[in-house]
Ligand binder design. Structure first.
Ligand code: HEC
Length: 88
């Protein structure tokens, strides 16, 4: 029984670690991608104002601009999710 509990705790910690790693990487990804034309102030101004749909449209609009950095489909999704989770 004790082994099972230790294993469950271990698995929970692993998940948390993976979650935090992704959250940290996504923040860097967003800062790198979204501050290449304007600073993050412009992005931050819309935290908590735009919902997921609005962010999705904004990110697509930004990344369709001429000299926008290329991101993968997965990265696009991560960026939208991360932005939608930010609060004012
Ligand atoms: C290729 C250059 C470029 C990149 C990369 C870029 N932006 Fe922009 N962004 C602009 C320009 C130019 C404007 C002002 C004109 C406009 O709104 O289209 C703007 C305006 C904005 C605005 C204010 C207007 C609105 O629609 O709310 C937000 C928010 C924004 N950008 C967020 C982002 C985010 C988030 C990213 C990263 C995914 C990003 N931008 C990446 C060029 C860029």
């Amino acid at each position: 029984m004790k082994t099972i509990r230790v294993m469950t705790l271990g698995a929970a910690l692993l998940c948390l670690g993976a979650f935090l790693a992704i959250a940290g990487d996504t923040k860097e990804l967003v800062e790198k991608t979204c501050s290449s034309c304007h600073d993050m102030g412009r992005v931050r101004a819309a935290y908590g104002v735009k919902d997921q749909t609005a962010w999705s449209a904004t990110v697509a609009r930004m990344l369709a601009k001429g000299n926008a950095p290329a991101v993968t489909h997965e990265e696009h999704g991560l960026i939208v999710d991360w932005l939608s989770a930010q609060e004012k």
